[in-house]
Design a protein around this ligand. Structure first.
Ligand SMILES: C[S@@+](CC[C@H](N)C(=O)[O-])C[C@H]1O[C@@H](n2cnc3c(N)ncnc32)[C@H](O)[C@@H]1O
Ligand code: SF4
Ligand code: SF4
Length: 359
Protein backbone atom coordinates (compact mmCIF):
# COMPACT_ATOMS: atom_id res chain seq x y z
CA UNK A 1 0.00 0.00 0.00
CA UNK A 2 1.17 3.52 -0.74
CA UNK A 3 -0.75 6.76 -0.45
CA UNK A 4 -0.84 9.82 -2.65
CA UNK A 5 -1.42 13.11 -0.87
CA UNK A 6 -3.77 15.12 -3.05
CA UNK A 7 -3.90 18.42 -1.20
CA UNK A 8 -2.83 20.10 2.02
CA UNK A 9 -6.17 21.84 2.51
CA UNK A 10 -8.88 20.52 4.78
CA UNK A 11 -12.42 21.64 5.53
CA UNK A 12 -12.11 20.49 9.16
CA UNK A 13 -9.66 21.02 11.99
CA UNK A 14 -9.55 17.86 14.03
CA UNK A 15 -7.69 18.55 17.27
CA UNK A 16 -5.35 15.54 16.95
CA UNK A 17 -4.51 15.80 13.25
CA UNK A 18 -0.89 15.55 12.20
CA UNK A 19 -1.75 17.04 8.90
CA UNK A 20 -2.07 20.27 10.92
CA UNK A 21 1.54 20.86 10.01
CA UNK A 22 0.41 21.43 6.42
CA UNK A 23 -3.35 21.78 6.62
CA UNK A 24 -4.67 25.17 5.57
CA UNK A 25 -1.23 26.69 5.11
CA UNK A 26 -1.62 26.61 1.33
CA UNK A 27 -3.66 24.52 -1.07
CA UNK A 28 -0.60 22.87 -2.59
CA UNK A 29 -2.57 20.48 -4.76
CA UNK A 30 -1.02 17.65 -6.71
CA UNK A 31 -1.02 18.31 -10.45
CA UNK A 32 -2.57 15.79 -12.83
CA UNK A 33 0.89 15.16 -14.25
CA UNK A 34 2.45 14.41 -10.87
CA UNK A 35 -0.55 12.28 -9.92
CA UNK A 36 0.05 10.11 -13.00
CA UNK A 37 3.77 9.89 -12.18
CA UNK A 38 2.98 8.81 -8.63
CA UNK A 39 0.62 6.15 -10.02
CA UNK A 40 3.39 4.87 -12.30
CA UNK A 41 5.75 4.67 -9.34
CA UNK A 42 3.32 2.84 -7.04
CA UNK A 43 2.49 0.40 -9.84
CA UNK A 44 6.09 -0.86 -9.71
CA UNK A 45 4.89 -2.95 -6.75
CA UNK A 46 2.89 -5.96 -7.95
CA UNK A 47 -0.80 -5.70 -6.99
CA UNK A 48 -0.13 -2.41 -5.27
CA UNK A 49 -2.94 -0.97 -3.18
CA UNK A 50 -3.44 2.75 -3.50
CA UNK A 51 -4.61 5.20 -0.85
CA UNK A 52 -5.78 8.78 -1.49
CA UNK A 53 -5.07 11.08 1.44
CA UNK A 54 -4.74 14.74 2.36
CA UNK A 55 -5.60 17.16 3.99
CA UNK A 56 -9.02 16.29 2.76
CA UNK A 57 -8.70 14.62 -0.67
CA UNK A 58 -12.24 15.48 -1.77
CA UNK A 59 -11.29 19.18 -1.60
CA UNK A 60 -8.88 18.84 -4.54
CA UNK A 61 -10.26 21.10 -7.28
CA UNK A 62 -9.90 18.32 -9.89
CA UNK A 63 -10.90 15.45 -7.63
CA UNK A 64 -13.44 13.93 -10.08
CA UNK A 65 -10.78 14.01 -12.79
CA UNK A 66 -8.28 12.20 -10.53
CA UNK A 67 -10.89 9.56 -9.72
CA UNK A 68 -11.57 8.99 -13.43
CA UNK A 69 -7.84 8.48 -14.03
CA UNK A 70 -7.75 5.83 -11.31
CA UNK A 71 -10.91 4.15 -12.58
CA UNK A 72 -9.48 3.80 -16.08
CA UNK A 73 -6.12 2.51 -14.81
CA UNK A 74 -6.20 -1.31 -14.94
CA UNK A 75 -3.12 -1.55 -12.67
CA UNK A 76 -5.23 -0.51 -9.69
CA UNK A 77 -7.96 -2.79 -8.39
CA UNK A 78 -8.11 -1.63 -4.74
CA UNK A 79 -8.16 2.04 -3.90
CA UNK A 80 -8.87 3.44 -0.44
CA UNK A 81 -10.16 6.96 -0.04
CA UNK A 82 -9.39 8.43 3.38
CA UNK A 83 -12.04 11.08 3.95
CA UNK A 84 -13.88 12.95 6.66
CA UNK A 85 -17.07 12.35 4.67
CA UNK A 86 -18.23 15.96 4.56
CA UNK A 87 -18.16 15.92 0.74
CA UNK A 88 -19.36 12.86 -1.14
CA UNK A 89 -22.44 13.17 -3.31
CA UNK A 90 -20.90 15.19 -6.14
CA UNK A 91 -18.37 12.35 -6.57
CA UNK A 92 -20.76 9.48 -5.92
CA UNK A 93 -20.81 8.35 -9.57
CA UNK A 94 -17.05 7.80 -9.49
CA UNK A 95 -16.71 6.64 -5.87
CA UNK A 96 -19.41 4.01 -6.24
CA UNK A 97 -17.12 2.25 -8.73
CA UNK A 98 -16.26 -1.18 -7.23
CA UNK A 99 -12.54 -0.48 -6.97
CA UNK A 100 -13.06 2.14 -4.24
CA UNK A 101 -13.17 1.51 -0.52
CA UNK A 102 -14.00 4.41 1.79
CA UNK A 103 -12.27 4.84 5.12
CA UNK A 104 -14.61 7.29 6.76
CA UNK A 105 -12.91 9.20 9.53
CA UNK A 106 -15.89 9.39 11.86
CA UNK A 107 -15.20 12.25 14.25
CA UNK A 108 -17.35 13.19 17.20
CA UNK A 109 -19.72 16.15 16.75
CA UNK A 110 -18.01 17.58 19.84
CA UNK A 111 -14.78 17.81 17.82
CA UNK A 112 -16.01 18.84 14.38
CA UNK A 113 -19.27 20.61 15.19
CA UNK A 114 -22.85 19.39 14.70
CA UNK A 115 -23.17 20.79 11.15
CA UNK A 116 -20.15 18.90 9.75
CA UNK A 117 -21.20 15.80 11.68
CA UNK A 118 -24.73 15.89 10.23
CA UNK A 119 -23.31 16.26 6.74
CA UNK A 120 -21.00 13.28 7.27
CA UNK A 121 -23.90 11.16 8.55
CA UNK A 122 -26.11 12.21 5.62
CA UNK A 123 -23.33 11.13 3.23
CA UNK A 124 -22.85 7.85 5.07
CA UNK A 125 -26.56 7.25 4.60
CA UNK A 126 -26.20 7.85 0.86
CA UNK A 127 -23.23 5.49 0.63
CA UNK A 128 -25.16 2.70 2.31
CA UNK A 129 -28.76 3.23 1.24
CA UNK A 130 -28.51 4.87 -2.15
CA UNK A 131 -25.22 3.50 -3.54
CA UNK A 132 -25.16 0.16 -1.64
CA UNK A 133 -21.52 0.58 -0.66
CA UNK A 134 -21.87 -0.78 2.88
CA UNK A 135 -19.33 -3.57 2.33
CA UNK A 136 -16.89 -0.97 1.00
CA UNK A 137 -17.13 1.55 3.81
CA UNK A 138 -15.20 1.32 7.09
CA UNK A 139 -15.79 3.75 9.93
CA UNK A 140 -12.74 4.87 11.87
CA UNK A 141 -12.35 6.51 15.26
CA UNK A 142 -9.33 8.56 16.34
CA UNK A 143 -8.58 8.09 20.02
CA UNK A 144 -6.64 11.04 21.35
CA UNK A 145 -7.65 11.68 24.95
CA UNK A 146 -8.56 9.61 28.02
CA UNK A 147 -12.25 10.58 28.05
CA UNK A 148 -12.82 10.19 24.32
CA UNK A 149 -16.36 10.10 23.08
CA UNK A 150 -17.57 6.95 21.30
CA UNK A 151 -21.35 6.82 21.79
CA UNK A 152 -21.95 8.60 18.47
CA UNK A 153 -19.90 6.08 16.43
CA UNK A 154 -21.34 3.06 18.22
CA UNK A 155 -24.79 4.30 17.29
CA UNK A 156 -23.79 4.61 13.62
CA UNK A 157 -22.03 1.22 13.58
CA UNK A 158 -25.17 -0.43 14.94
CA UNK A 159 -27.56 1.53 12.74
CA UNK A 160 -25.75 0.49 9.54
CA UNK A 161 -24.85 -3.03 10.70
CA UNK A 162 -21.11 -2.60 10.31
CA UNK A 163 -19.10 -5.56 11.56
CA UNK A 164 -15.78 -3.83 12.02
CA UNK A 165 -14.39 -0.50 13.12
CA UNK A 166 -10.91 0.94 12.69
CA UNK A 167 -9.28 2.52 15.73
CA UNK A 168 -6.35 4.85 15.56
CA UNK A 169 -4.69 5.79 18.84
CA UNK A 170 -3.26 9.04 17.63
CA UNK A 171 0.33 10.09 18.01
CA UNK A 172 0.49 13.58 19.50
CA UNK A 173 0.85 15.82 16.49
CA UNK A 174 3.83 17.98 17.46
CA UNK A 175 7.19 17.04 18.90
CA UNK A 176 6.50 19.34 21.90
CA UNK A 177 3.29 17.48 22.70
CA UNK A 178 5.29 14.22 22.48
CA UNK A 179 7.53 15.21 25.34
CA UNK A 180 6.01 12.84 27.90
CA UNK A 181 6.14 9.25 29.07
CA UNK A 182 4.61 7.22 26.25
CA UNK A 183 3.41 4.44 28.53
CA UNK A 184 1.62 7.00 30.72
CA UNK A 185 -0.13 8.25 27.58
CA UNK A 186 -1.36 4.74 26.73
CA UNK A 187 -2.23 3.98 30.37
CA UNK A 188 -4.35 7.13 30.58
CA UNK A 189 -6.31 6.06 27.51
CA UNK A 190 -6.62 2.38 28.46
CA UNK A 191 -9.72 2.40 30.73
CA UNK A 192 -11.94 4.11 28.14
CA UNK A 193 -10.27 2.14 25.34
CA UNK A 194 -11.29 -1.11 27.08
CA UNK A 195 -14.84 0.19 27.44
CA UNK A 196 -14.84 0.83 23.69
CA UNK A 197 -13.58 -2.69 22.93
CA UNK A 198 -16.23 -4.27 25.15
CA UNK A 199 -18.98 -2.04 23.77
CA UNK A 200 -18.13 -2.86 20.16
CA UNK A 201 -17.54 -6.60 20.62
CA UNK A 202 -20.73 -6.97 22.65
CA UNK A 203 -22.53 -5.59 19.61
CA UNK A 204 -20.76 -7.98 17.21
CA UNK A 205 -18.47 -5.29 15.85
CA UNK A 206 -14.79 -6.23 15.52
CA UNK A 207 -12.41 -3.42 16.50
CA UNK A 208 -9.15 -3.35 14.53
CA UNK A 209 -6.05 -1.25 15.02
CA UNK A 210 -4.50 1.13 12.58
CA UNK A 211 -0.83 1.44 13.59
CA UNK A 212 0.38 2.58 17.06
CA UNK A 213 -0.89 -0.41 19.03
CA UNK A 214 -0.75 -0.44 22.83
CA UNK A 215 2.36 -2.27 24.04
CA UNK A 216 1.80 -5.44 26.04
CA UNK A 217 3.31 -3.94 29.18
CA UNK A 218 0.38 -1.48 29.16
CA UNK A 219 -2.42 -3.64 27.80
CA UNK A 220 -1.51 -6.87 29.56
CA UNK A 221 -1.68 -10.44 28.26
CA UNK A 222 -4.45 -11.11 30.78
CA UNK A 223 -6.49 -8.24 29.37
CA UNK A 224 -5.90 -9.47 25.83
CA UNK A 225 -7.01 -12.96 26.89
CA UNK A 226 -10.22 -11.37 28.14
CA UNK A 227 -10.74 -9.79 24.71
CA UNK A 228 -10.04 -13.19 23.20
CA UNK A 229 -12.64 -14.87 25.38
CA UNK A 230 -15.21 -12.28 24.42
CA UNK A 231 -14.43 -12.76 20.72
CA UNK A 232 -14.77 -16.55 21.08
CA UNK A 233 -18.05 -16.10 22.96
CA UNK A 234 -19.44 -13.81 20.26
CA UNK A 235 -18.39 -16.20 17.49
CA UNK A 236 -20.04 -19.15 19.29
CA UNK A 237 -23.16 -17.15 19.83
CA UNK A 238 -23.27 -16.24 16.14
CA UNK A 239 -22.78 -19.87 15.16
CA UNK A 240 -25.72 -20.86 17.36
CA UNK A 241 -27.80 -18.19 15.67
CA UNK A 242 -26.59 -19.50 12.29
CA UNK A 243 -24.92 -16.21 11.48
CA UNK A 244 -21.61 -16.00 9.59
CA UNK A 245 -18.57 -15.46 11.83
CA UNK A 246 -17.29 -11.96 12.51
CA UNK A 247 -14.42 -11.06 10.18
CA UNK A 248 -11.10 -11.76 11.95
CA UNK A 249 -8.44 -9.15 11.22
CA UNK A 250 -4.87 -9.81 10.14
CA UNK A 251 -2.46 -10.12 13.08
CA UNK A 252 -1.02 -6.67 12.29
CA UNK A 253 -4.30 -5.00 13.23
CA UNK A 254 -5.71 -7.50 15.76
CA UNK A 255 -6.52 -6.40 19.31
CA UNK A 256 -5.50 -9.72 20.83
CA UNK A 257 -1.83 -10.14 19.91
CA UNK A 258 1.36 -8.85 21.48
CA UNK A 259 2.91 -7.95 18.12
CA UNK A 260 3.44 -4.20 18.27
CA UNK A 261 5.19 -2.97 15.15
CA UNK A 262 4.44 -1.49 11.76
CA UNK A 263 5.87 -1.35 8.24
CA UNK A 264 6.57 1.66 6.01
CA UNK A 265 3.31 2.89 4.46
CA UNK A 266 4.97 5.34 2.04
CA UNK A 267 3.08 8.59 1.51
CA UNK A 268 3.86 10.40 -1.74
CA UNK A 269 3.54 14.16 -1.54
CA UNK A 270 2.41 16.60 -4.21
CA UNK A 271 5.99 17.41 -5.28
CA UNK A 272 6.80 13.68 -5.67
CA UNK A 273 8.80 13.46 -2.50
CA UNK A 274 7.91 10.54 -0.27
CA UNK A 275 7.82 10.08 3.49
CA UNK A 276 7.81 6.76 5.39
CA UNK A 277 4.46 7.67 6.90
CA UNK A 278 2.68 10.83 7.96
CA UNK A 279 3.99 10.75 11.52
CA UNK A 280 7.60 10.83 10.28
CA UNK A 281 7.10 13.52 7.64
CA UNK A 282 9.74 15.97 8.73
CA UNK A 283 12.70 13.56 8.71
CA UNK A 284 12.18 10.79 6.15
CA UNK A 285 11.64 12.81 3.00
CA UNK A 286 13.22 11.48 -0.22
CA UNK A 287 12.58 11.95 -3.92
CA UNK A 288 10.75 9.04 -5.53
CA UNK A 289 12.82 9.62 -8.68
CA UNK A 290 15.85 8.40 -6.69
CA UNK A 291 14.31 4.92 -6.48
CA UNK A 292 13.66 2.35 -9.18
CA UNK A 293 10.56 0.97 -7.54
CA UNK A 294 8.20 1.18 -4.56
CA UNK A 295 9.60 -2.08 -3.08
CA UNK A 296 13.11 -0.51 -3.25
CA UNK A 297 11.88 2.62 -1.49
CA UNK A 298 10.17 0.51 1.19
CA UNK A 299 13.41 -1.43 1.69
CA UNK A 300 15.28 1.85 2.03
CA UNK A 301 12.96 2.86 4.86
CA UNK A 302 13.29 -0.59 6.43
CA UNK A 303 17.05 -0.17 6.41
CA UNK A 304 17.22 3.47 7.46
CA UNK A 305 14.35 3.65 9.98
CA UNK A 306 12.63 0.39 10.86
CA UNK A 307 15.89 -1.42 11.44
CA UNK A 308 16.58 0.98 14.33
CA UNK A 309 13.06 0.86 15.71
CA UNK A 310 13.69 -2.28 17.73
CA UNK A 311 17.05 -1.06 18.99
CA UNK A 312 15.60 1.78 21.03
CA UNK A 313 12.97 1.45 23.68
CA UNK A 314 10.58 4.06 24.98
CA UNK A 315 11.86 3.72 28.56
CA UNK A 316 14.39 1.78 30.65
CA UNK A 317 12.10 -1.22 31.01
CA UNK A 318 12.36 -1.83 27.25
CA UNK A 319 16.10 -2.37 27.41
CA UNK A 320 15.89 -5.91 28.69
CA UNK A 321 12.42 -6.68 27.42
CA UNK A 322 12.02 -10.04 25.71
CA UNK A 323 9.46 -8.61 23.31
CA UNK A 324 11.81 -5.93 22.05
CA UNK A 325 14.71 -8.37 21.69
CA UNK A 326 12.58 -10.83 19.71
CA UNK A 327 11.18 -8.18 17.34
CA UNK A 328 7.67 -8.33 18.80
CA UNK A 329 7.51 -4.80 20.17
CA UNK A 330 8.88 -1.50 18.95
CA UNK A 331 7.19 0.28 21.88
CA UNK A 332 4.42 1.56 19.60
CA UNK A 333 4.78 4.27 16.94
CA UNK A 334 8.34 5.03 15.78
CA UNK A 335 7.48 8.77 15.97
CA UNK A 336 7.85 8.47 19.76
CA UNK A 337 11.57 7.83 19.45
CA UNK A 338 12.57 9.17 16.05
CA UNK A 339 14.63 11.96 17.64
CA UNK A 340 16.72 9.35 19.45
CA UNK A 341 17.15 7.28 16.29
CA UNK A 342 18.26 10.29 14.25
CA UNK A 343 20.61 11.38 16.98
CA UNK A 344 22.19 7.93 17.10
CA UNK A 345 22.60 7.83 13.33
CA UNK A 346 24.10 11.30 13.28
CA UNK A 347 26.69 10.32 15.88
CA UNK A 348 27.51 7.09 14.09
CA UNK A 349 27.93 8.60 10.67
CA UNK A 350 24.75 7.48 8.99
CA UNK A 351 22.14 10.17 8.66
CA UNK A 352 19.06 9.94 6.48
CA UNK A 353 19.69 11.39 3.06
CA UNK A 354 18.40 10.77 -0.43
CA UNK A 355 20.19 7.68 -1.76
CA UNK A 356 21.84 9.68 -4.53
CA UNK A 357 23.29 12.11 -1.97
CA UNK A 358 25.00 9.23 -0.23
CA UNK A 359 27.00 8.15 -3.24
C1 LIG B 1 -4.32 12.73 7.69
S1 LIG B 1 -5.94 12.08 7.44
C2 LIG B 1 -6.30 12.64 5.83
C3 LIG B 1 -7.58 12.16 5.18
C4 LIG B 1 -8.90 12.66 5.69
N1 LIG B 1 -8.99 14.07 5.85
C5 LIG B 1 -9.27 11.94 6.97
O1 LIG B 1 -9.48 12.61 7.97
O2 LIG B 1 -9.36 10.72 6.90
C6 LIG B 1 -5.69 10.37 7.21
C7 LIG B 1 -5.71 9.61 8.51
O3 LIG B 1 -4.65 10.08 9.34
C8 LIG B 1 -4.98 9.71 10.65
N2 LIG B 1 -4.40 10.68 11.59
C9 LIG B 1 -4.52 12.02 11.60
N3 LIG B 1 -3.83 12.56 12.63
C10 LIG B 1 -3.26 11.53 13.29
C11 LIG B 1 -2.40 11.43 14.43
N4 LIG B 1 -2.03 12.50 15.11
N5 LIG B 1 -1.99 10.20 14.81
C12 LIG B 1 -2.37 9.09 14.13
N6 LIG B 1 -3.18 9.12 13.04
C13 LIG B 1 -3.62 10.32 12.63
C14 LIG B 1 -6.47 9.66 10.77
O4 LIG B 1 -6.82 8.42 11.36
C15 LIG B 1 -6.96 9.72 9.35
O5 LIG B 1 -7.82 8.66 9.05
S1 SF4 C 1 -10.44 15.74 8.47
FE1 SF4 C 1 -8.53 14.59 8.17
S2 SF4 C 1 -7.02 16.06 7.39
FE2 SF4 C 1 -8.78 17.23 8.13
S3 SF4 C 1 -8.19 17.86 10.18
FE3 SF4 C 1 -9.36 15.92 10.37
S4 SF4 C 1 -7.84 14.22 10.30
FE4 SF4 C 1 -6.84 16.13 9.58
S1 SF4 D 1 9.55 -3.38 24.43
FE1 SF4 D 1 9.08 -1.78 25.92
S2 SF4 D 1 7.04 -1.04 25.32
FE2 SF4 D 1 7.33 -3.06 24.34
S3 SF4 D 1 6.44 -4.55 25.79
FE3 SF4 D 1 8.65 -4.38 26.23
S4 SF4 D 1 8.79 -2.85 27.87
FE4 SF4 D 1 6.76 -2.60 26.90
Amino acid sequence: MANIMLTDICNLRCPYCFANEFVNKSANEISIENFKRALDFIATEPNAKLGLIGGEPTIHTQFAELLKIVISDPRYKDVVLFTNGVKFEEFANELSHPKFHILLNCNSPKDIGQKAFDKMVANLDLMVNKYYMDDRVTLGINIYKPDFDFDYILELLKKYNFQRVRMSITVPNTSEKRDFNVKDYFSSIKPRFKEFIYATLSNDIMPTYDCNKMPTCVLTEKEMMEFNELITKRQRDREMRRLPPLPMPHVSSAINTDVVNCAPVVDIRQDLTAVRCFGLSDCTKVKISDFKSLPDLRNYYMNEIDHYAFKFGIDNECENCYRRKTLRCTGACIAFKIAEILDYKKKHGSYIKGVRDEK
